[in-house]
Write a protein of this length. Structure first.
Length: 70
C-alpha cells in the first residue's frame, strides 16, 4: 500500500485559501495528507478552524516546521 503524499501548506491566507480549499476538499481522493501549515498570519485563512480541528500543526516559518519534521 502506498503512503500518502505529505504536504505542508505555506501561506493559507489570501490566495492561499484556494490551496487550503483544494487540499481540504480533495486530499483523501488524491492520497495526500496535510502535515503542517506555515503562515505567521494564518488567521487570514477562511478554513482555519477546520485545519485546527484536524490537529494540523501551525508554524510561523519553514525553519520551525523542519525543526520538527525531518
Amino acid at each position: 500500500m502506498n503512503q500518502p503524499v505529505r504536504v505542508v501548506l505555506v501561506a493559507v491566507g489570501g490566495y492561499g485559501n484556494t490551496y487550503a480549499n483544494a487540499m481540504l476538499d480533495g486530499a483523501a481522493a488524491h492520497d495526500c495528507q496535510i502535515v503542517g501549515v506555515v503562515d505567521p498570519f494564518a488567521e487570514g485563512c477562511r478554513r482555519l478552524d477546520e485545519l485546527k480541528a484536524l490537529g494540523i500543526p501551525f508554524y510561523d516559518d519553514l525553519d520551525a516546521f523542519y525543526a520538527e519534521n525531518e
